[in-house]
Structure formats: structure tokens, C-alpha cells
Design a protein around this ligand. Sequence first.
Ligand code: F6R
Ligand code: ZN
Length: 201
Amino acid sequence: MCSNEKHKLVNLVLPRGIHISENGIPSAYDNYYEKRASEMRGFYQDGNALEEIISKENVVLYRVYEFKNSESSNDLVYGISIVAPLKIGKEYNMTKGHYHEAVDTSEIYFCLNGDGYMVMETETGVTECIRMTKGTLVYVAPYFSHRTVNTGNQEFINLFCYPAHAGHDYKTIEKNGFRKIIFEEKGDPVIVDKRAFSENS
Ligand code: F6R
Ligand code: ZN
């Protein structure tokens, strides 16, 4: 059998084209989720500032639209993440961040709007923070945990794509956080080592 006839043996999935509007919302998607402030307890340095936000309006801190067909290592998951322009105390709003369960899988992020950073680190302590503005492509290499941080005053919108079998490990970040945090100082983002920040505050 010729290799391009293999599809005769599986349920054929059709190709798909989607339009992504200026505000990042796709014309169709398979899955949507959002994280409100109350779901981000423990992630920010200033827990009191987060509680204040929760008690006032419990706003949505970020939203994700996903396209998911299977968990096959031959397939891709892709989608859009939108991080709101907010600060929790002096720390910029961000995603939870995670390692992939299949730690040797990589990911691509492409910035569609806004200004922020991709914060990445390995368990052994190699860290990378890459600034992202509209048009920036970031390759998240295997073994790097990753989170997006919105340091601008507009929605930080990114398109992402990763192998469908990657899986997500949130527990390691929930327990240890990232070594680098980004907070505002005199109106500008500053990247600091978390230990230094906790000692000085
Ligand atoms: C998937 C991926 C993105 C994030 C999304 C939300 O591997 O990196 O789809 O899942 O940006 O961030 P988290 O998952 O960290 O809450
Ligand atoms: Zn990921």
C-alpha cells in the first residue's frame, strides 16, 4: 500500500482553516477555558493584592481557545492565549505556566498583539526570558517550563502550537514557582530572581 493511502485505514480528519480576529478570538474552536483570579492563588508574590482583586470582581486573568483533535504524537494541538493587562500588586499578570509531561516536546508561540515576555526555565535552573511583541516567534525548547507574562497595557495575544501527546505538568510550578519573576519598577518591567525579590520586600 502506498503511504498516502494509509488514511483509508483510519477515520479521516479533514483539514481546517480558521480566521483569527484582531482581538484574538478564533472563528471556531474545540475548547475554551479561562482562569479567574481565584484560580491563581499561590502564583503571585503579593497574596493580599490577589485577594483584593478576588473580593472585588474576581476578574478573568487569562483565556485560552484550543484546537484539539487527538493525543497522537503525529498530531498537533494549537490555539490562542490572551493574557489581560493587569498587575497583581507590582507583579505583571501571567499564565500559570507548566512543563510538558513529555518533557522532550517543544512548542512554538507567535505573538499577535501586545507586549510581554515568555519566561522559561529547566528544572536544573537554566532560565530564559524572551520579550515578545507583535510578530515575535518563540521556540520553547524541550525541557523548558514556560509561562507568558503581560507587561504591556493591551491584551497579550499569542498563537501556540505543540505536539498533541505533550501533556501538562502544573504541579511542579504550583509547588516551586519559576525562579524569575517580572514586576513593575518606576513604570517599567524588571526581571528579578524570586529569592532576591522576597528578601527585599
Ligand atoms: C500548551 C501551552 C499553552 C498554555 C496556555 C495557558 O502547552 O503552553 O496552550 O496552556 O498559554 O497557560 P497555562 O497552561 O500555563 O495555564
Ligand atoms: Zn506548553
